[in-house]
Ligand binder design. Sequence first.
Ligand code: SF4
Length: 85
Amino acid sequence: MQSEKTKCKRCLLREAFPEDYEKYVAGLLLKIPENAKTPNAQYHERLDVCSACDQLQNGTCMGCGCLVELRAAYRKEKCPFQKWA
Ligand code: SF4
């Protein structure tokens, strides 16, 4: 039987596991300096691309192992497969 953590495909962590998102991601997002943050509209565009990507599983990019909600929040970060910059 599949565990709960393997059922969700193409889900952001906040959608699949809101409690984990709050525990592990939300606080880290608040600590990103304003000058390092991705502008809000661009952040959501990035996450829209991740949400449609085959590499996304439970909020994790299977291509690089990052939590996409964190990676996308840093202005200078890039998708490891050049799907967004
Ligand atoms: S970071 Fe790139 S490869 Fe990874 S899930 Fe997002 S779009 Fe896909």
